[in-house]
Ligand binder design. Structure first.
Ligand code: FE
Length: 349
């Protein structure tokens, strides 16, 4: 009775959630080495066909729950060592880093994996690995902007772009990771000044996702925007006529090509600390890194394969060659909190 009284509604909710999760995953509990449970931030349609292929070839059944990255991390925290999850899949490095910092992931030491995933796209302590690459680039209105006038992320804070820049909110992980990379390269003070200059140049208060920024450029609300490459790829192949038309009105510019290179992020994977199916989980990581999976995984969402030697899709090849910032991505995680505070001080809503 005492116990019941001391339980907060949040704790009761957590217990309920744990029960629900165990129900979801209990079906195959008796075949402990023939099942993997995944918590995925990545949308089901962008991973399910590969997971099905994995099950067909290995006989290992895959259970998956999809939700927002923050919610999945919270859930892993609440469930602790009782979590049924073996794997966490995310679409940004900052969340992988946070999961690691909260001790929710365990290291997987594999020479095969290390040989495939370049050192800058995986954790130094092997708790997470990039699976696909996405660049954050500048898109511009083809009819109003001469790409010759574009150069770097830094230059978007120059007075000539006053009232011409669209970008989504600072609560978004992709912007946070970009700003983290700038803190590493340019220092805190310079980056804060830059962020203030960028905010001064905003055409409107940040709203919507990256696709909305592309649409805003297309309709003339702004002239340039910062977006991840795959959103442009998705819109160019959209069944919705207006989306396709909007995407065709913008050009893609690779920033910082005469300097450090364009900012890249990863979608990635980590094995949870609570995992009981570690061998099967390791097999899945290797499967997702084989040539065939890499080609499919990247193409399905217009991303770049993390494995070298795998050709990018035709859409991506049309955007040309690029130089990528070689920064080690765990540094982006390390500076995430600093980046969030800096953007807040700069008035980036
Ligand atoms: Fe995204």
């Amino acid at each position: 009775m005492k116990l019941m009284k001391s339980k907060t509604p949040e704790l009761l909710f957590s217990s309920l959630m744990i029960i629900l999760v165990s129900i979801t995953f209990s079906v195959t509990a008796d075949e402990s080495d023939k099942v993997i449970n995944i918590y995925s931030e990545r949308k089901e349609e962008l991973i399910k066909p590969l997971l099905d292929r994995f099950s067909e070839t290995t006989g290992i059944k895959v259970n998956m729950i999809t939700a927002k990255g923050d919610a999945l991390i919270k859930r892993l925290e609440i469930e602790g060592k009782n979590s049924p999850a073996d794997i966490l899949l995310t679409t940004d490095v900052a969340r992988l880093y946070r999961a690691k910092s909260l001790e929710l992931l365990q290291p997987i030491e594999s020479d095969v994996i290390k040989a495939i995933v370049p050192a800058n796209f995986r954790d130094t302590e092997s708790t997470w690995f990039g699976l696909s690459l996405r660049a954050r680039v500048i898109v511009y209105a083809r009819d109003r902007v001469d790409p010759e006038d574009l150069s770097s992320y830094e230059a978007l804070a120059d007075p000539e772009w006053k009232g011409r820049v669209c970008v989504r909110s600072s609560s978004n992980a992709y912007n946070q990771s970009l700003v983290s990379s700038m803190i590493v390269h340019n220092g805190l003070e310079v980056t804060e000044d830059w962020a203030k200059g960028l905010v001064d140049n905003f055409a409107r208060r940040p709203k919507g996702g990256d696709r909305d920024q592309i649409k805003a450029v297309a309709v003339g609300e702004c002239d340039v925007a910062l977006v991840n490459t795959y959103y442009l790829g998705g819109m160019l192949h959209s069944d919705i006529k207006a989306e396709k038309a909007a995407a065709e009105k913008v050009g893609l510019f690779w920033p910082n090509q005469s300097g450090r290179g364009a900012h890249f992020n990863v979608s990635g994977i980590g094995v949870t600390r609570s995992a009981v199916h570690v061998d099967a989980a390791t097999r899945l990581i290797k499967f997702l890194l084989n040539d065939e999976s890499q080609a499919w995984y990247a193409e399905a969402n217009y991303e770049y394969p993390v494995k070298s030697g795998i050709p990018a899709s035709a859409t991506l090849q049309a955007w040309g060659d690029y130089k990528a910032d070689p920064i080690k991505l765990d540094q982006l995680g390390q500076h995430n909190a600093e980046a969030v505070r800096l953007m807040d001080r700069a008035g980036w809503k």
